[in-house]
Ligand binder design. Sequence first.
Ligand code: URA
Length: 192
Amino acid sequence: MKWDELEATCKVCTNCKLCERRHNVVFGDGNPRAEVMFIGEGPGEQEDLSGVPFVGRAGQLLTDMLKIIDLDRSQYYITNIVKCRPPGNRDPESAEQDACMGYLRSQVRMIKPKIIICLGRIAAMRLIRSDYRITKEHGQWVKSGPFWMTAIYHPSALLRDLNKRPETFDDLMSIQEKIREVCTHTYPEQQN
Ligand code: URA
């Protein structure tokens, strides 16, 4: 299947009950040829209304944070574990995650990122380890097959708790370092 076919299939998906209340499927945004991929948990209200991930308050914070390390959406791809909004922004249920994982797997297979960054514990528990502890393990790197993976606090956690921001700043520095180490075209000025 090609990227456009995958997106078209996802946009009419009825694999789980989240399809019943959605306004838009939020497939993903950014550059599908990027070396860096960010994965959150699921769309919120603004994302459901616009069809674009991470555009609400938390998304704006994330966008600003990533600017600190010179990343904009032309240099990464961003999506979620579930592509439709869980009502009231509750955590996506495991059956909903299961129903949606095929899309994410296909996205990862086609993008072939070098680095995958989980945004928050739900994504980290799904993609890194089911007993992942975000408070203890954020910012640590694991090599999983061809991918380098890490997790940072979800930007909504950073909106609620300012004390987590300095640790996240350190994690961003570590992401920048890893990009310099393993990516070849993310930072345009870089020659390696
Ligand atoms: N939170 C997420 O996890 N994903 C979004 O797209 C927006 C908020």
